[in-house]
Design a protein around this ligand. Structure first.
Ligand code: GCO
Ligand code: MG
Length: 405
């Protein structure tokens, strides 16, 4: 007999940072979890799910994942956008979790089975100055990472997004009623970035994969100059060099440098990726399961990318929950052109709230072999950490005007 969805609950918690989770339960008692976290705009997705999506799910057959995706995407009239797609993504992942549990298979088996044994991952190293950054790189290497994203402070600036000063790690969002405001200076960054990247390459030798994120802050000309000036550093990728709304800008960058380019962590649909992929303007597409409509949709994006020899390199910082990371690893295991998974790591409390089967070893991640996605939720523990308002920082130039990000 066909199973039916009987409830869809939105759970919001803040174990060190905010997470929005969708829990779908079926009449047969199968429970699936999906991540719906949109950093700094969490409650908008929670409301979208609670007020507009959950009522539509009740009574539906949980096995009809693609039909439910189409129903929520095509049926809404107002398509695309981060809120809509995070909500659809949460439903999609929860339904894949249910399908896996119902059939007694890990999700990667349902996606065609493994094409690799493990998924290469990269983590973050940050340091305010060169010695601190090199120490951070060494510490990550000691943990087994073979690919590391390196970010540093910039002389003359008091703070830089993503770079911590002192012992504490950084969180992309900080708690409080207003975003933190930082001052940004692109010229200072462009003078410094090639030198610090060279210093890291010199320190680690030729084998370690090095990545760097420019956080959408450059003009096409500046991006081309940066890419060209670090070609000898042999980056695995240079990320988000320009705000990607104007996608033709990437052609200018591309025409001037062979440094591999990665873009897409803020994209939500295949239509946001189409031009960059089919024109071969990038090397890695960064869409995350949580923000781009779930496993079902990201699978299509990666299939399109495969035609053009572009690889997947999904977003995976601490604001992408362990549920999404697990989902991404199932896709990674089953997708030929999956390149690398970002893995910033989680506070131990986050892993207690979201116990997971996925694991890290020797620079690689594996999703585990239990039925479904393999990430559950300790709801009682989660309740002890209620939502707290938090925002990503904003940055202004020295003259007070806003930067692109
Ligand atoms: C990355 C990112 C993050 C994002 C953050 C936004 O590459 O990991 O750029 O640091 O900015 O996840 O919520
Ligand atoms: Mg990034």
């Amino acid at each position: 007999m066909t199973d039916k969805i009987i409830s869809a609950d939105v759970l919001i918690c803040s174990p060190t940072r905010n997470f929005v989770t969708l829990k779908i339960t079926t009449a047969d008692g199968v429970v699936g979890y999906g991540d719906a976290t949109l950093n700094g705009r969490e409650l908008s997705v929670a409301s979208y799910l609670r007020d507009h999506v959950a009522p539509l799910l009740i009574g539906r057959d949980p096995a009809r994942i693609e039909d439910t995706w189409q129903y929520l995407y095509r049926g809404v009239y107002w398509r695309r956008g981060p809120v809509t797609m995070a909500a659809i993504g949460a439903v999609d992942v929860a339904l894949w979790d249910i399908k896996g549990k119902t059939l007694g298979q890990p999700v990667y088996q349902l996606l065609g089975g493994a094409v690799r044994d493990r998924v290469l991952s990269y983590t973050h190293a940050t340091g305010w100055d060169a010695p601190a950054l090199l120490d951070s790189v060494d510490a990550k290497r000691a943990k087994g990472f073979q690919a590391i994203r390196v970010q540093s402070g910039v002389p003359g600036l008091d703070s830089v997004y993503g770079v911590h000063q002192g012992a504490a790690g950084y969180e992309p969002a900080s708690r409080g009623a207003l975003p933190v405001e930082e001052v940004w200076d692109t010229d200072a960054y462009l003078n410094h970035a090639p030198r610090i990247l060279e210093a890291v390459r010199e320190h680690v030798g030729p084998d370690l994969k090095l990545l760097h994120d420019a956080h959408h802050r450059l003009t096409p000309q500046q991006a081309a100059r940066l890419g060209k000036s670090v070609e000898h550093v042999d980056l695995f990728w240079l990320e988000d060099v320009t705000p990607a709304e104007n996608q033709d800008a990437l052609r200018l960058v591309r025409n001037h440098t062979t440094t591999p380019l990665a873009i897409g962590e803020v994209f939500n649909t295949i239509w946001d990726c189409q031009h960059l992929i089919t024109e071969q303007l990038i090397d890695f597409i960064r869409v995350a399961i949580v923000h781009a409509g779930g496993i079902s949709h990201v699978r299509k994006i990666f299939a399109l990318a495969e035609v053009y020899q572009i690889r997947g390199g999904p977003h995976g910082p601490s604001d992408v929950s362990p549920i999404s990371l697990g989902a991404s690893l199932h896709l990674g295991l089953a997708t030929p052109n999956f390149g690398i998974q970002e893995y910033m790591g989680y506070d131990p409390l986050v892993s207690e709230v979201f116990p997971h089967e996925w694991s890290f070893s020797d620079g690689h991640l594996t999703p585990g072999d239990v039925p479904g996605i393999g990430v559950s939720m300790n709801e009682e523990l989660a309740e002890q950490y209620p939502y707290e308002q938090a925002y990503l920082p904003v940055a202004r130039r020295r003259d007070g005007s806003m930067t692109d990000w």
